[in-house]
Ligand binder design. Structure first.
Ligand code: AMX
Length: 438
């Protein structure tokens, strides 16, 4: 799309010059040391890539292109009559590194509308799968099936030059993201809604169209929830499992379809995106256990017992954050405004009061506070999207906004193929005996 292409092209010289200067003048500057403990604990805290799309500060939460969640909820352009950001404006901000005007946000939405349909052969792939296939598998498969549409792969085969790779990545990104609400809605309807097909409504924005396509056209509050959900889940810096998986795959010049599908496979893990499904299942289990909403005291005893058995409580903890996730807070604010009397939400709130001190008492949980997943399922459940197996697909629809932006910029900055190094236990033992500092 010309608008995004021109804007990115105008910023590239400055970005390339900054990176080239750092590489030329400071190539031996040591960013961090890697300890044995970090190697054995998931490369935790090792800074492995530079990506300017977003950054998670442990004590503040995510900043998307430098802006916090509350700031963006305030300043991003909105559809008339809506209080929540247009996804087109968010995508513009992520891609271009500049706040969009309402016209620029609308231009991205208009471009998405052109490509919103999902090819029939992709729908046939989904229909051909056994009925018990997880919706995230279908989502990843749907994206992978569309890979033959990749402009980058077609142009690369014809001899595209390196400096132009990013333009085809951008084209692929806009076309793929355009189709995600339709693909997700198709999977939802196929699995849970009598196999209905509801085409996108060209008068609606990208987020609200998802609500429309699962049969919730008249539910304006659910459309608002979709706008909030797709905004909040869009990116969480470049090195979490889904972002890094997708970045790594794209570093081999695999196109945006291949890289996004790989990212979704990472997101489908219960310690990452699938936690929203696990969290809702767990909340329903707690409610069923008590036959309703428990008192704080009864809940405290129950949670203590769970923790003493070694249970991991879904929706709590984070690999980087050390505060309540601002994305949790934004959803709690939404719940307080739109569904103040919902009993699952009051369970979420009681857990938020009772659980953190208990997690602190364990002495081992580094972050006792709720993450984004501690509440998002309860919100979907309230609006009748009760099939929690589907929740990670919603996360994926949004997250590909971020993953594809990282991929476009990685090509624009001519990032090389990634190839870190592994070593054997024997080599590590030799290094330790050889006296490397411990
Ligand atoms: N309940 C109970 N124990 C927990 C816990 C929780 N919510 N979170 C962490 N712990 C435990 C760990 O299991 C670990 O115990 P161990 O030493 O006996 O193995 C110990 O605390 C230290 O873990 P940590 O350093 O605090 O966490 P981590 O960085 O290794 O893992 C995370 C982070 C998110 C995977 C973990 O907190 C967890 O499993 N939480 C529940 C799942 C969840 O909510 N995931 C969603 C994350 C956000 C996302 O990606 N969508």
């Amino acid at each position: 799309m010309d608008l995004l292409k021109e804007k990115i092209a105008s910023k590239l010289p400055e970005y390339r010059e900054r990176e080239n200067r750092i590489k030329k003048d400071h190539s031996n500057f040591k960013v961090c040391d890697v300890t044995v403990d970090q190697i054995y604990s998931g490369i935790r805290g090792v800074m492995v890539q530079v990506s300017d799309v977003s950054y998670v500060d442990p004590n503040e939460g995510i900043r998307l292109r430098g802006y916090t969640v509350p700031e963006l909820l305030e300043i991003l352009p909105k559809q008339p009559g809506s209080k929540l950001p247009l996804a087109g404006g968010l995508y513009y901000l992520l891609m271009v590194d500049e706040l969009p005007t309402p016209e620029e946000a609308a231009a991205v939405e208009a471009e998405w509308r052109k490509y919103a349909g999902v090819p029939d052969y992709v729908l046939a792939v989904i229909r051909a799968m056994p009925a018990d296939t997880h919706p995230m598998t279908l989502f990843s498969q749907g994206i992978l099936a569309m890979q033959r549409e990749s402009r980058f792969s077609q142009e690369y085969a014809k001899g595209l030059i390196k400096n132009d790779y990013w333009e085809s990545y951008l084209e692929d990104s806009v076309r793929l993201t355009a189709k995600l609400p339709s693909l997700a809605a198709y999977i939802y309807n196929h699995r849970y809604n009598g196999d209905k097909y509801i085409p996108p409504d060209p008068t609606l924005d990208w987020s609200a169209n998802f609500a429309h396509m699962i049969g919730k056209s008249s539910d304006e509050d659910y459309k608002e929830l979709c706008r909030l959900f797709f905004f909040l889940h869009s990116d969480h810096e470049g090195a979490n499992v889904s972002a890094h998986a997708s970045w790594l795959v794209a570093s081999a010049l695999s196109d945006v379809y291949l890289a996004s599908s790989a990212g979704m496979d990472g997101l489908a893990g219960p310690l990452h995106g699938l936690a929203n499904q696990e969290c809702l299942r767990w909340l329903l289990g707690v409610r069923a256990h008590f036959g309703g909403i428990p008192t704080r005291e009864a809940l405290k005893d129950f949670l203590l017992e769970q923790l003493s058995k070694g249970a991991v409580i879904p929706g709590y903890g984070h690999a980087v954050l050390r505060i309540t996730d601002p994305r949790f807070t934004a959803q709690l604010d939404f719940a307080n405004q739109y569904l103040p009397d919902d009993d699952l939400i009051s369970l979420v709130k009681t857990i938020y009061e009772v659980l953190p001190p208990l997690l602190i008492q364990t002495g081992k949980v580094k972050n006792p506070w709720p993450n984004v997943d501690a509440i998002n399922g309860a919100l979907q459940y309230h609006f009748g999207v009760t099939q929690y197996e589907f929740y990670t697909v919603l996360f994926g629809v949004s997250r590909i906004l971020g993953l594809s932006t990282h991929a476009v910029w990685a090509r624009a900055m001519n990032k090389p193929i990634e190839r870190p190094k592994s070593l054997t236990t024997a080599i590590l033992e030799e290094m330790i005996q050889g006296g490397n500092p411990s």
